[in-house]
Design a protein around this ligand. Structure first.
Ligand code: C2E
Ligand code: CA
Ligand code: CA
Length: 275
């Protein structure tokens, strides 16, 4: 920092910088080299126990780094802008695969796609969604867009107008990771939302942790009064299912029901589910 000074770098810092660089470099090639893949995690109706939809989750198998978690590479993709082409690919692929399920299974199941705030800020998100639907033949009513509160905070006016257009077209909108961020009541009323996903952090601590119970109870009653469908993330035990269902939560997602699986495997689960 300036002349005649010197600095110490910790080895750990430079290892982190190195890793970040490897991820960025690798990610630049990931799309064209076919290293990205989508897996699908079923969403289960807690009343009937049948599959109501699936969330598309991105996987990256790098030839140099092995499997890298989306928690690690998505932030890099967002910082570098790579999330734009990657997000386009996710949207198109998820719509295409969900349209294929529709041909195989009479009962419709929706597909959830995670969107980053960077994709909203870029502007032509509406057209991209419209194109992905047209190209795949998936009805808009079977697409569920999952976004976190950070999306709503980043650019509220633009976001409201984009969301309104997406909803007019028939798509659903879900608020993701609820409870961890701003969790503002005004967001829930100002934005056109259909579903609210309670973050895994709270679900994990049910039913023993009193604070988690209080928060989950409050979120569910609030969301129910606003006519939002409530989805519990990270459901791992039957105990959690009975507890959540008793409180008025309609849908669950988690390892208890299934881990995220390849599209072909999801079709098998669906076929079995629909008898
Ligand atoms: P998320 O949207 O909250 O997705 C749920 C995460 O919880 C997934 O992690 C899923 O595998 C994991 N999970 C589901 N059930 C359980 C459970 O019962 N127990 C535990 N311990 N974990 C469970 P994953 O696939 O590693 O994704 C992490 C995050 O990366 C996602 O969190 C999402 O924020 C982001 N992400 C994934 N795919 C995409 C994508 O296509 N686009 C964008 N923008 N973000 C994505
Ligand atoms: Ca999600
Ligand atoms: Ca989530």
């Amino acid at each position: 920092q300036g002349r005649d000074t010197y600095q110490f770098y910790s080895e750990r810092l430079s290892a982190a910088v190195q890793r970040r660089l490897e991820i960025e470099t690798g990610l630049r090639r990931a799309l064209e080299s076919d290293q990205l893949n989508l897996v699908y995690q079923p969403k289960i109706d807690l009343g009937t126990r049948s599959i109501s939809g699936a969330e598309a989750l991105l996987r990256w198998e790098s030839p140099d780094l092995g499997n890298v978690s989306p928690d690690e590479f998505i932030p890099v993709a967002e910082e570098t802008g790579l999330i734009i082409p990657i997000g386009d690919w996710v949207l198109r692929t998820a719509c295409k695969e969900a349209a294929a399920w529709k041909k195989l299974i009479a009962d419709p199941v929706h597909v959830g796609v995670n969107l980053s705030s960077v994709q909203f800020l870029q502007g032509d998100l509406f057209n991209k969604v419209e194109n992905a639907l047209a190209e795949s033949g998936l009805p808009a009513g079977l697409l569920d867009l999952e976004l976190t509160e950070s999306v709503l905070v980043a650019n509220p006016e633009e976001t409201i107008s984009t969301l309104n257009r997406l909803k007019e077209m028939g798509a659903d909108v879900s608020i993701d990771d609820f409870g961890t961020g701003y969790s503002s009541l005004s967001y829930l009323t100002r934005f056109p939302l259909d579903n609210l996903k309670i973050d895994r952090a709270f679900v994990t601590n049910l039913p023993d942790d009193e604070n988690a119970v209080a928060i989950v109870r409050a979120i569910i009653s609030m969301a129910n009064s606003l006519n939002l469908t409530i989805i519990a993330e990270g459901v791992e035990t039957e105990n959690q299912v009975s507890f959540l269902h008793a409180l008025g939560c309609q849908v669950g997602q988690g390892y208890l029901f299934s881990k995220p699986v390849e599209s072909a495997q999801f079709v098998k689960l669906l076929t079995k589910d629909r008898g």
